[in-house]
Design a protein around this ligand. Structure first.
Ligand SMILES: Nc1ncnc2c1ncn2[C@@H]1O[C@H](COP(=O)(O)OP(=O)(O)OP(=O)(O)O)[C@@H](O)[C@H]1O
Length: 229
């Protein structure tokens, strides 16, 4: 299956009491390989868009296609299976399982995918090495810094080598040094994949290959940033 993710005339209307809010309207875009940042003011529809693209939520208009597959026509279980096979996620809150060590957290998607124990451990340790955390493999999340936890979360997101990687404010909770480290690992991982990055951080967005600007639920501008000055 081709892994191109495409939104066609995508829209989401929410009911807020008596009122209806168009959180997203007429969004059409095919996400190419490489990194795409989605920016916009608070309430402009960024999270709504991510939730629709990943199939966490269903559109009220239009559709989301992964290659030939119409994601919005699948059941919740089928969408969860598509996410497991094709998508990785890095969120602002790291969402690591507190009772599992770093490597066990990374190995968790591999367990869900049915890999045998030895292969799970080997792959998890290899991924932790890639994010520079091999020596922290047996630590619980509570013994890791924020930046380290986010690198574990990134390793976990890459466990099943997904062609699509979503990141929602992945550096939002980090200090400047960790921010840079996580950003560089994220964009490195995004080169061979489709990385969709939702952020308020324009400096982070400027490192993406293209930027989409949302305003009032609409795609108002696309930009390809120049090389850093
Ligand atoms: N579950 C919901 N029910 C009702 N309205 C919602 C719901 N989720 C979002 N909205 C509304 O949809 C609009 C877009 O919200 P969304 O969270 O997508 O924006 P955002 O750009 O991600 O904002 P932020 O940067 O603050 O996270 C807002 O007006 C919001 O109030």
């Amino acid at each position: 299956m081709t892994s191109v993710l495409r939104a066609e005339n995508l829209g989401k209307r929410y009911r807020q009491g008596e009122k209806e809010v168009m959180a997203l309207e007429g969004f059409t875009f095919a996400f190419p390989q490489g990194s795409t940042a989605v920016v916009g003011p608070s309430g402009s529809g960024k999270t709504t868009l991510l939730n629709l693209l990943a199939g966490f939520d269903l559109p009220t208009e239009g559709g989301v296609y992964l290659g030939e597959l119409a994601l919005h026509r699948l059941s919740e279980d089928q969408r969860a299976e598509v996410r497991l096979q094709h998508m990785g996620f890095v969120f602002q809150q790291w969402n690591l399982i507190p009772t599992l060590t770093a490597w066990e957290n990374v190995a968790f998607p591999l367990l869900l995918a049915g890999l045998p124990p030895k292969a799970r451990k080997e792959r998890a340790l290899g991924l932790l090495e890639r994010v520079g955390l091999l020596e922290r493999a047996h630590h619980l999340p509570s013994r890791l810094s924020g930046g380290e936890q986010q690198r574990v979360a990134l390793a976990r997101a890459l466990a099943l080598d997904p062609p699509i990687l979503f990141a929602d404010e992945p550096t939002g909770n980090l200090d400047a040094a960790s921010r840079e480290q996580v950003a560089s690992l994220l964009f490195e991982a995004g080169k061979k994949r489709t990385l969709i990055l939702v952020t308020h951080d324009l400096e982070l967005a400027a490192q993406a290959e293209r930027i989409l600007y949302l305003k009032g639920g609409r795609l108002v501008r696309q930009e390809v940033p120049g090389p850093p000055r």
